[in-house]
Design a protein around this ligand. Sequence first.
Ligand code: LMR
Length: 335
Amino acid sequence: MFKSMFAMAACALALAAASANGAQDQGPILIKFAHVVADNTPKGQGALLFKRLVAERLAGKVKVEVYANSSLYGDADELEALRNDQVQLLAPSLAKFGQYTKQLQVFDLPFLFDDLDAVNRFQKRAKGRQLLRSMEAQDIVGLAYWHNGMKQLSASKTLLMPTDAAGLSFRIQPSQVLEAQFQQLGAKPLVLPFAEVFNALQKGQVQGAENPWSNIYSKRLHSVQPYITETNHGVLDYMLVSNPRFWYRIPHSIRVELEGIIDEVTYAVNRQAEADNLADRQRIEASGVSQVLSLNAEQREAWRSAMRPVWQRFETEIGADVMKAAQTVNRKQRK
Ligand code: LMR
């Protein structure tokens, strides 16, 4: 009896040792980082910088593979792939988490944030930081916010007043707020994956879209949209996310190093994003392919009032506390 117990314990020890060695033999921890935009965008650059810094500082311990342009997963399947540990890092736009939390819908509300600085203040404050943890029960943990920029409206015709959008169909990200926003204008929203936007505009499946300058320029959307109105009506930012079951199993010292790298990359992306969008706006104007229109104060106010009812509709789902926190970050207080 004693002998067989001893044999079993020895066997268990041998198995444990084998599996520890096995873990080492498996080589570095692999982090697949997938995203849907081009390399020459704020997110694309951020992913490549993350890969470079990991290669420099954690060689042999962690290996990062970056898959841009929806080449591994796209809008339709990337979050499920993350939850199943088939991919370990993503940075979806904040509009793409509606299935997992309603609170992040605050970022889609039109004309809520005056500019990217206001968005930045909200993300840094307690409520914004809490939202990073709002999906942990669904196997999604937020590691950082990354900026892209404010969205502009593009279309096959000039859009100067909100009534100009009526009857047109617009491609949207999968967000109920964005759906309501276009319905409020009498327009037809159509959810399409980012990878399909160029073709949908080219074929006339939709006549308009909303994107930051960097996404318009890097996907040549201006070549199929003769008019772009500089509305800055909403934000397109990202949450860098992982699967907590993967992330918290990374040995502590390595995870701390990775988190330090993420802080550095976040700082770089967020510093660069506004400059990149400004440069891409200028490139689009210089191309002469698409006409860039500006709104005067009266027109802008008309768009704001037309879209404003969307706020009330989503306030309960988002939560009065989140709404209140978001409304305190603009420099100019509004009624
Ligand atoms: C979109 O689908 O328009 C964006 O979320 C794409 C992106 O990741 O910037």
